[in-house]
Design a binder for this molecule. Sequence first.
Ligand SMILES: Cc1cc2nc3c(=O)[nH]c(=O)nc-3n(C[C@H](O)[C@H](O)[C@H](O)COP(=O)(O)OP(=O)(O)OC[C@H]3O[C@@H](n4cnc5c(N)ncnc54)[C@H](O)[C@@H]3O)c2cc1C
Length: 305
Amino acid sequence: MKNNLGVMKIKDLPGIKENISMAEYTTFKIGGPAKYFFVAKNPKALVQAIKVAKKNHLPFFIFGGGSNLLVSDRGYKGLVIKIQNSKLKIKNHNSRLETIYAEAGAILSSVVVFSVKKSLRGLEWAVGIPGTLGAAAYGNVGAFGSTMAEIIKSVEILDANNLKISDLSKKECRFGEKNSIFKRNKNLIILSVILELQKGGKKEIEGKIKKFQFYRKGKQPLIFPSAGCIFKNPKGFSAGELIDKCGLKGKKIDGAQISEKHANFIVNLGGAKAKDVVKLIKIIKQKVKSKFKIELEEEIQYLGF
Ligand SMILES: Cc1cc2nc3c(=O)[nH]c(=O)nc-3n(C[C@H](O)[C@H](O)[C@H](O)COP(=O)(O)OP(=O)(O)OC[C@H]3O[C@@H](n4cnc5c(N)ncnc54)[C@H](O)[C@@H]3O)c2cc1C
């Protein structure tokens, strides 16, 4: 149905849902309701959802796996769009390199599995990082000294301003430490990514993956819901070590706790609220600032605050 200006009402968008708990969609298991919620399985559906949101003067927010998100207890009064396109294929190959085309909603770990199957190296470090490939490019995620930027050739984007689709070269993505043009311009929505990986020996690739998995299990509190590391590492320092040296490991506010295993993780012990996490974040920032004169910066993204 259309309103008297001939604009489709948000409630009439096919597939739209209302009052969806974001706690169900985040790895933190925290967050109030999204007023409207839509799953975009392809660019056409995404464009339509954005058009309708804009015409109805509703803000919108894009997300993937919800593994780097803290959603407010009050939720979000706009439209939350989950990116769920997930095609994955080899695009080009030569004797040394292969390029993979992967849609933004592809789960990062399935891209890792795909690369192992094809005996491609360069993505082993990403094993165990939850979430989608699109968000991995957005945040230039990294682990064990490697980052997404090293293997990205180009990124296909939808500009929500003019609804045009175009390609950005790696240089145009302006990747930095856990940073990219996408963090600075929220109108740029990632649709797909071209990755460039090198041919390698399957045994060696699998060996590296096992080593990284083993390390993660030993160092990270994977049995509790969390959003991974809360803070970026300041240049030359480990945020976790700084927090630990402030004696904050294990500090609790209701259901939220600074992990005893890894001080840069806040875990949800059960029933934690966003406000509890926010209080812990504030305490950490204050203590680290006063002890080390270092300003910690959040790696997690906030929604609805
Ligand atoms: C146990 C655990 C371990 C982790 N380990 C690591 C690690 O080793 N290294 C690391 O870097 N991170 C790590 N993380 C953090 C997290 O997994 C990554 O940041 C991941 O890339 C987030 O993906 P997501 O799809 O869940 O993103 P979401 O949480 O859904 O979104 C994160 C941000 O990306 C934006 N976004 C999502 N999709 C798109 C898109 N298509 N276009 C534009 N913007 C988009 C959203 O707007 C949001 O701001 C870990 C998290 C957990 C819970």
